[in-house]
Design a protein around this ligand. Structure first.
Ligand code: BTN
Length: 294
């Protein structure tokens, strides 16, 4: 656990080592987020640590997972000072957003199928936004949650493996809820949006959290117990990438072609003039607005 408390000063041997104060979670009794958790079915997600501020909920939870914390703990922060996104990006996490990470240990999912956890989480998030808030959220493969083509949420799954098995996965979810464009750096303002902006009113965060945890649990169990087939059609319906001409940045090259389908491990099949490419991890930088039937 110590490793998640930022070491602020690496001092020489004659000085005392200074550590940042360890964060203290809120008292459950008067916390609406604890009440919200007790309203969900809680087959998996049974315990919550809620902090006013953390560097990153994923960064807090990973070391706990590594030393054997059982499946089901959720770590929530009202604000993150070093929120992380995919591909080592920063996830801006001002007060008003919803930021939490959930620990799972899915024995039945092979390590190579880990991307499915990201897709499944996307389904859970989009279903909540669409059903509970009456929005029209879509998913950009693999992990962006979009409203009118602007990013309203993101998912970061960080996993540890033992051989070909998943030891644990930390599912991080960030939602731009009660925030406005001015909370983001200028460079991001035209590509992000928030629930408050779309609904023209503030969102009840504990209730949003309750619905998200409930859906996450439901879809996670579906994936864990029934596999890709049980989630595929739901992802396809919500995914705005399939059927479009896309350009994807990989580490050493770019791939452009038709996003033709999904493999059973969650990877994207892109038909390029040179043949089929299987994309497991990449940054989808552009796509056409029109869709072909695939
Ligand atoms: C992305 O779109 O790149 C993923 C963003 C994931 C952000 C969430 S917020 C809660 C959790 N803690 C983090 O540091 N990141 C994830």
């Amino acid at each position: 656990m110590g490793s998640s408390w930022n070491c602020v000063n690496q001092l020489s041997k004659d000085k005392v080592t200074l550590m940042a104060e360890p964060p203290i979670p809120l008292e459950p009794r008067n916390d609406p987020f604890h009440h919200a958790l007790s309203n969900t079915s809680r087959l998996v997600f049974k315990r919550l640590l809620h902090f006013p501020m953390l560097s990153s909920t994923n960064a807090y939870l990973k070391p706990l997972a590594a030393v054997g914390e059982p499946e089901g703990l959720i770590v929530l922060a009202d604000e993150q000072t070093a929120g992380s996104g995919r591909l080592n990006r920063v996830w801006h996490s001002p007060q008003g957003g919803l930021y939490f990470s959930s620990l799972v240990r899915p024995m039945s999912i092979a390590a190579s199928d880990t991307p499915l956890i990201t897709l499944t989480t996307g389904i859970a998030v989009a279903k909540v936004l669409n059903t509970a808030l009456g929005l029209d959220a879509k998913l950009k493969w693999p992990n962006d949650v979009l409203l009118d083509d602007r990013k309203v949420g993101g998912i970061l799954v960080e996993s540890s493996f033992i051989g070909s098995d998943i030891e644990y996965a930390v599912i991080g979810i960030g939602i731009n809820a009660n925030v406005t464009a001015s909370d983001f750096p200028q460079s991001l303002r035209s590509s992000v949006t928030s629930l408050q902006e779309k609904r023209n009113q503030p969102i009840d965060l504990p209730r949003l959290f309750e619905y998200l945890v409930g859906q996450l649990e439901f879809w996670y169990l579906k994936l864990r117990d029934k596999g890709f087939k049980a989630i595929e059609s739901h992802y396809r319906r919500l995914c705005t990438t399939l059927g479009k001409q896309v350009t994807i940045d990989l580490e050493e090259k770019q791939v452009t072609g038709l996003a033709k389908g999904l493999n059973a491990d969650g990877s994207l099949i892109v038909q390029t003039p040179e043949g089929r490419q299987i994309i497991r991890c990449g940054d989808l930088v552009s796509s056409t607005t029109t869709k072909e039937k695939v």
